[in-house]
Design a protein around this ligand. Structure first.
Ligand SMILES: Cc1ncc(COP(=O)(O)O)c(C=O)c1O
Length: 321
C-alpha cells in the first residue's frame, strides 16, 4: 500500500477510517453472517464526532452564519467538543465547550489541551457520577444559552444542524465502498441521531432494502415508545430519553433494540480483548446490537457498526477495570 502524502492540516485527516471484520467474535459464537466494525476511534480526536465538527463549521462558514474569527460554543458530551476544538483551532475560531460533570474528566482535559475553554456544569442533585441523564442535559443546555449570549457566539448545535447528518452520509458511503456493497444491516446507538440517519440515508440510496436498527438503553427505550423506567445509564453519548430528536428520521428505522449496561460493558471488553479494537461504552452497545440481530432476525447477513470513540476516554470509569 502506498503511504499517504503529508497533509497541510490535521483536519484533512478526518474521515476515511478503516473497517475491520470481527471474525473471532462471530466464529466463537457459531453465528452465521458477518460484523464489520468501522474504526472511528482512529480519527484525530479519537471519535466519529470529528466528522460532524468539521462539516458543521464548514457549512456555517459557507452560509455566513459563522463569521471569521467568531467564537464557537457547543454543548458536548466531550467528543463533539474535541472535534470542534481541533477544527476551530485549524480554522481560526475560539471555542467554548459546555459539558456535564457526569461525562468523564479525560474529555475535559483533552479539550483543554487542544485549546478549548471548558465549562463544566454540576449534575442534578440525585444523578449518579459518570452517567448523564436528561435532567443533567437540561442543566448544560441552560448554561450553554447563557454563554452564547455573553460571548455573541455561534452555536455548533449538533442536535439541530444538518451538517451532523451530512457528515455521516460520507461515513455511509465509506461503509458501502469498504464492504464492496455487501452490507445489508446497520445498527447504531443514538444520541442526536446524526450518525444513524446520515449513514442510513446513504445506504438506503444504494440499496433500499437495507435494514437499520436503532439501539437504546434497556431502561430508557424512549424513541421506541417504551417505558422509561430509569433515565440514567452508563452508555455515554446518547440514550437521553428525548422523544423529539429533530435530526432523527424514523422512516429510516426498521426496528429498535435494547441493551443493558452489563451487556454493553461485556461487549466493549470483548471487542478489545478478542479483536483488538479499543472502544467506549457506545461501541459496546453497537456490538451488543449487532450480536442480537445476527443471533435473531438477521442471521447470515452482513452487519455494519461503528466503534464510535476510544476506550482511552473511559479509563476513569469501570469499563475496563
Ligand atoms: C461516544 C458516542 N457514542 C455515540 C454517540 C451518539 O451519536 P449520534 O449523536 O450521532 O447519535 C455519541 C454522541 O455524542 C458519542 O459521543
Amino acid at each position: 500500500m502506498k503511504p499517504s502524502p503529508c497533509f497541510h492540516s490535521i483536519i484533512e485527516v478526518i474521515g476515511n477510517t478503516p473497517m475491520v471484520e470481527l471474525h473471532r467474535i462471530v466464529a466463537e459464537r457459531s453465528l452465521q453472517g458477518r460484523i464489520l466494525a468501522k474504526c472511528e476511534y482512529m480519527s484525530p480526536g479519537f471519535s466519529k464526532k470529528d466528522r460532524i465538527a468539521l462539516e458543521m463549521l464548514r457549512e456555517a462558514r459557507r452560509t455566513g452564519d459563522l463569521k471569521p474569527g467568531q467564537t464557537v460554543v457547543e454543548l458536548t458530551s466531550g467528543n463533539t467538543g474535541t472535534g470542534l476544538a481541533i477544527c476551530c483551532k485549524a480554522l481560526g475560531h475560539p471555542f467554548v465547550a459546555v459539558m456535564s460533570k457526569g461525562n468523564t474528566i479525560e474529555r475535559a482535559h483533552m479539550m483543554r489541551a487542544l485549546g478549548a475553554d471548558v465549562v463544566l456544569v454540576d449534575q442534578a442533585p440525585h444523578s449518579p457520577p459518570n452517567q448523564v441523564s436528561g435532567e443533567d442535559l437540561a442543566l448544560v443546555e441552560q448554561r450553554t444559552r447563557e454563554i452564547l449570549q455573553e460571548r455573541g457566539a455561534f452555536r455548533a448545535d449538533q442536535f439541530n444542524l444538518m451538517g451532523n447528518v451530512l457528515a455521516h452520509e460520507y461515513t455511509g458511503r465509506e461503509i458501502w465502498e469498504q464492504s464492496e456493497g455487501q452490507v445489508t444491516v446497520f445498527v447504531d446507538f443514538t444520541g442526536t441521531g446524526g450518525s444513524y440517519c446520515g449513514i442510513m440515508r446513504y445506504l438506503r440510496q444504494q440499496n433500499p432494502s437495507i435494514r437499520g436498527y436503532l439501539i437504546e438503553p434497556a431502561t430508557a427505550p424512549a424513541l421506541a415508545g417504551g417505558d422509561v423506567t430509569q433515565q440514567s445509564h452508563k452508555i455515554q453519548g446518547g440514550g437521553y430519553s428525548m422523544c423529539d430528536l429533530r435530526l432523527l428520521d424514523k422512516s429510516l428505522v426498521h426496528a429498535y433494540l435494547r441493551v443493558s449496561d452489563d451487556e454493553v460493558i461485556a461487549c466493549a471488553r470483548l471487542l478489545a480483548c478478542e479483536e483488538g479494537l479499543f472502544g467506549g461504552f457506545s461501541s459496546g452497545a453497537n456490538l451488543a446490537g449487532a450480536l442480537q440481530v445476527l443471533a435473531g432476525p438477521e442471521q447470515g447477513e452482513t452487519v455494519a457498526m461503528l466503534v464510535c470513540d476510544s476506550g482511552l476516554k473511559y479509563l476513569s470509569t469501570d469499563l475496563y477495570q
